[in-house]
Structure formats: C-alpha cells, structure tokens
Design a protein around this ligand. Structure first.
Ligand code: UDP
Ligand code: MG
Length: 327
C-alpha cells in the first residue's frame, strides 16, 4: 500500500508534517521545546504545522503559546475547556491534524525532536507507525522504571494486541493510521494500546530517553496505578475470566476437602468441632467473591462511561495554523 504515498510525493506536492504536543502546565519547557522543534523542522524536506493542546493549564502555558503563535504561522493552538488528561489531549490533536504524517511528542523534551527526521525516513519507506522505543530512561526513579517494566510485560501477555514494550506515546503515524485512530471514540483511551490496535506496518527506532528538561512530571503513584488498570481493562478481559477460574478452583478444592472430612469423620470420628477450618473457608470465599465483584465493577464502570456517549473533550478555543493554501 506504499504505492499511493510514493505517487503523492512524486507528483511534487509538498508533504505536510503535523506535530502534536499536549501541554499541561509546561511554561518552564515550552520556549526551549519550541527552539529545538523549529531547529529540527528547518532540516526536513516537508512543511510543518505545530499543534499545541493546552490541556487546562493553570500557569502561563496558554499565553506563552499565544506568543509563539503570533511569531510563527505554523503554530496552531487547541485550548481544551479543562484538564482532560494526556490521552484525550492527544486525541484532540489528532482530530485537528491535517498532515500526511503526524508526530505525537511530549512537551518536556523527554522525547528528542531530533528523532523526527529519522521517523519521516521510515515513513517514506512505507511504515505507517514509527514508534520510538527507549533503551534507557534517564532521570526517573528506580521504582517507576521497575513498575513500568512489569506493566509493559504484563499487558503484552494479557492482551491479544501486540503492544510494544518500553515505548511511550512518541511516534509518527501515517494519514491512514491517524484516520483509523480518529474513528475510535471510546472514552477510556489507552493510547499505547490503540496505536497498536490499528496495526499496519510498524517500525521501532531506538533512543535513550532524556530526563525532563524542566518542570515536574504530572504523574504520581495513584495516577500510574489508574493508568495501568485502564490499560489492562481496555485491552484484556483476562481478569474477568480469572474470576471464574479462581471460582471453579476454590469450589473444586472445597468439594475435595468436604469428601476428605466426611471420610475422616467416618473412620476416625471428629472429636473437635471444625471451627477454625470453617472460619478460614468462609473468609477465603468471601474474599474471592469480593475480588470478583470488584473486577466486574471495573468493567461495568467503564461500560457505564461509554454508554453515556459524551463527547471526548470540549474546546474553549481553536486557532488553526495559517497554512500556505494547498494548490
Ligand atoms: N500532559 C497533558 N495532560 C495531563 C498530563 C500531562 O497534556 O493531564 C502532557 C504533558 O504536558 C507532557 C506529556 O503529557 O507534554 C507527558 O507528561 P509528563 O512529562 O508529566 O509524563 P511522564 O513523561 O512523566 O510520563
Ligand atoms: Mg515527561
């Protein structure tokens, strides 16, 4: 399917690259981010539009963006009505991207913009999704690295979708991959999974992840925990199945144990009433049942959210990039 794209390029039409940047309280890093992205954009053989999504920032992010926009017609600003979280912010960006290829990148310079030319090259080779896979993560706690490591492996095992490990959201998507993603309107968006769900030829390029340039990570432990639950429940129903397997297993063990007690009583009598074993069995089963209910609740809650069919986000403002008219 790469044929179409080559024809497009041969016809001499300039390629448009959209760069999507979700930003939530990123005033410390935006000027430097803009400097590095502009420098990168000079070096590529494509026009660029830079779409910033202000995800309900409470600092000077928006006014900084306005300044950037005043000085650069390639800048577009999507101003969300409140903080919707990075997954939704990215979706808003994808919805408004015009590019033949679209790059999603963090504002904090943990994803080096200098990788984009290489991504473009791979895209021109015919890959639809070119994702940046980190070989190391600087400036992150051992705990975060460890839990991230476990999480990526766990979700790969649990889900039928092949989610690449050690890969963030930093990636380039072809137009048809973006169109496919834009068609997925679920409320609970685990983007790493959705990117993989789309399929199409995918290619990894390796890089070393830098520490944040400035400012602070917006994640804390609860945030990451919820993110992990989101990922698992969006892409696997294994926990639901587990509940029934565990149920069957406990029921069987109880049955076997019951037979054992009957024979024991018949042959040896039962001098002491079985109070401890009774209590253990009751507590054990109660626990299992609560866990199973909790698991069902996680899925039910998500179904509840989806059935409401609310829009994914609301915009307070949209200032598109002034693109040279396509002729
Ligand atoms: N972000 C966002 N909305 C949020 C949280 C984060 O748009 O509610 C953006 C943030 O501005 C940054 C990117 O998502 O561009 C990654 O955030 P962060 O660096 O805090 O995450 P980490 O790199 O620690 O995973
Ligand atoms: Mg970061």
């Amino acid at each position: 399917m790469t044929g179409n794209r080559e024809i497009e390029i041969e016809a001499g039409k300039e390629i448009l690259l959209s760069i999507i940047v979700p930003a939530f309280n990123e005033e410390e890093v935006l000027p430097e981010f803009y400097r590095r992205v502009s420098a990168m954009a000079e070096g590529i053989d494509a026009a660029a539009e830079l779409i910033f999504i202000n995800d309900g920032s409470t600092d000077q992010t928006l006014s900084l963006l306005q300044e950037l926009k005043a000085g650069d017609p390639r800048v577009a600003i999507l101003d969300l009505s409140r903080n919707f979280g990075k997954e939704i912010a990215m979706t808003a960006g994808l919805d408004h991207a015009h590019g033949d290829a679209v790059v999603v990148i963090d504002a904090d310079l943990q994803d080096p913009p200098e990788l984009i030319p290489e991504m473009l090259r791979q895209w021109q080779e015919g890959y639809d999704v070119v994702y940046a896979k980190r070989t190391s993560r600087a400036g992150e706690s051992a705990m975060k690295k460890f839990t991230a490591h476990i999480f990526y492996r766990l979700i790969r095992r649990m889900s039928r979708v092949d989610i690449p490990p050690d890969t963030g959201d930093f990636r380039l998507l072809s137009r048809r991959a973006v169109d496919a993603l834009v068609g997925l309107r679920e409320q609970h968006r685990f983007m790493k999974g959705l990117f993989a769900w789309v399929g199409y030829p995918q290619k990894a390029i390796l890089y070393e992840r830098d520490a944040r340039f400035d400012g602070e990570t917006k994640w804390n432990f609860t945030g990451l925990w919820n993110f992990a639950i989101e990922g698992i429940t969006s892409f696997s129903i294994l926990p639901l199945k587990m509940a029934s397997y565990v149920g069957v297993f406990t029921a069987l063990s109880a049955f076997v144990y019951g037979i054992f007690i009957i024979f024991q009583t018949l042959f040896y009598g039962n001098p002491v009433a079985g109070y401890p074993s009774l209590l253990v069995a009751v507590l054990f089963l109660g626990g299992i049942q609560l866990i199973a209910l909790g698991v069902i609740g996680e899925y039910l809650g998500r179904m509840f959210d989806e059935t409401k069919g609310r829009p994914l986000y609301l915009l307070k403002g949209y200032q598109p990039a002034d693109r040279p008219s396509a002729d």
